[in-house]
Write a protein that binds this ligand. Sequence first.
Ligand SMILES: Cc1cc2c(cc1C)N(C[C@H](O)[C@H](O)[C@H](O)COP(=O)(O)OP(=O)(O)OC[C@H]1O[C@@H](n3cnc4c(N)ncnc43)[C@H](O)[C@@H]1O)c1[nH]c(=O)[nH]c(=O)c1N2
Ligand SMILES: CC(=O)C(=O)O
Ligand SMILES: [Mn+2]
Length: 506
Amino acid sequence: MHCWFFTSQVFKSLPGKALVGNSRNFHCIKPLLQSTRHRPLVETITTLRQNLIKSLGRDSVSDTEAIRKQHSRDEGVERHNHLADLVVWPKSTEECSIIASLCSEKKVPMIPFGTGTGLESGVCAAYGGVSVDMSKMDQIVNFNPEDFDVTVQPGVTRKGLNHFLKDHGLWFPVDPGADASLCGMTATSASGTNAVRYGTMRENVLNVEVVLADGRVLHTAGENRRSKKSSAGLNLTNLFVGSEGSLGFITKATLKIYGIPEMMLSAVCAFTTIKAAVDTCVQILQSNIPIARIELMDDVAMDMCNNHNKLDYKVAPTLFLEFHGSEDSVKSQAKFAGEIADYNGGSEFRWAYESEERNRLWKARHDIYWTTLQSNPGCRAIITDVCVPITRLPDLITQTKADIQESGIIGPCLGHVGDGNFHTFLVFNPNKPEEFKKAETLAARMTKRALDLNGTCTGEHGIGIGKMNYLEKEMGPVGIEMMKSIKKTLDPHWLMNPGKIFLSEY
Ligand SMILES: Cc1cc2c(cc1C)N(C[C@H](O)[C@H](O)[C@H](O)COP(=O)(O)OP(=O)(O)OC[C@H]1O[C@@H](n3cnc4c(N)ncnc43)[C@H](O)[C@@H]1O)c1[nH]c(=O)[nH]c(=O)c1N2
Ligand SMILES: CC(=O)C(=O)O
Ligand SMILES: [Mn+2]
């Protein structure tokens, strides 16, 4: 497979330092990180490996190349080809503490690994080090159905939790499509299609257990606390939601859960313009209809979706909607929303009542990234993820679509429109540098546009490596200084997932 690697000369071997790991040449496109950091020495990794084997057992430590490769990239575009030096699988919080203490002692980077479904290169080993795969800590450790909360270890995935909850008439609604780990979702502040009704991870995490870089264990809301609200001091829980492995290992997350609605009803409706679709969304929200999902796909996305899934939806800007509640409430919500859509020229309304039909519809929506790649064999795509105040969305989308059309690049547009969250997948052939350059320019212009429209450079995928350039613009120097000073307090030697989020060190 041909890959593009977007990184700096500084990641290359530095004078007098031996490189552990892969020696593939990689393509340098632009500098990313101002750093004098070195990869760990071979001797350091050898000793660390022995110590880790002593503490965790031989089966929990690997240095094989295939495993290191698998743990050094996620589902997004590859930004460099550095490999972790070792991969370890802790089985408990105590083992995580041991790993952190041993790595801290040797000043070796640590990179938490959930399920690797991230899209901004968060799990890449920018400076080598130890990839810590959390999948063996896979227990639901506390379940309080009547309090509507559950505490999970990092190996529990979204689908796994929902499978467990279903028998109790409960569910966890935050839904990024991918079957991500719930602690990875906490680490990236994930959201997805249900956020308009149920909120993002930020609104749904009550407490987090974290192993800090030096091995200490922190409970962000106090040990075993799971109250729905608290005014007790600074909000440490929210500090770790979205921290992307830069502050510690999330070893438990206590989450809000919900009753499965009596009825769920989905609908698809086509519009003549993006503006009419977004206006419909705004008016539905203004009318206080408690819509559960409201997703936009443009004509390009619908065309791919039809071809790939053997569907026959109209090729036009389209809203996918879903209503949750009692039968009466769902029917009246749907009727009201239908009238609003109608008023804005919506047509081809199609309803999905049965769960099989609904699942098919949402699978087509969730798979659109894979559909885009499969519709363009051999190609990769830059995934963009910006979020703006909802009234700014038509401007953002219209300008971005015009930009894409002018460039000749294929770029389906879609969004969690109820939150003002918008994506494009900018397709490029990895063998054609000019295509990549165009896609990258489009992505940059779109992100700048979102910032100019009072939005953010990432609504839900995080900063990772891909958005480091923009965080500074978004936050300004005081904001960045504040973030770094917090990181420095918790991770003074810059060992937790280095080379992510920040363009430069302390
Ligand atoms: C097809 C498709 C579609 C989507 C998405 C992906 C894909 C492939 N995503 C992105 C992705 O699913 C999301 O970022 C997940 O939250 C990542 O969870 P993983 O467990 O895979 O984390 P992954 O292993 O990829 O790690 C992501 C980051 O979190 C850190 N991390 C992971 N586990 C940790 C732990 N226990 N402690 C500390 N740090 C940890 C890692 O170090 C890294 O920085 C998404 N997202 C979204 O929000 N909305 C969406 O709509 C979609 N849609
Ligand atoms: C990729 C992504 O975030 C989505 O399809 O919504
Ligand atoms: Mn999304």
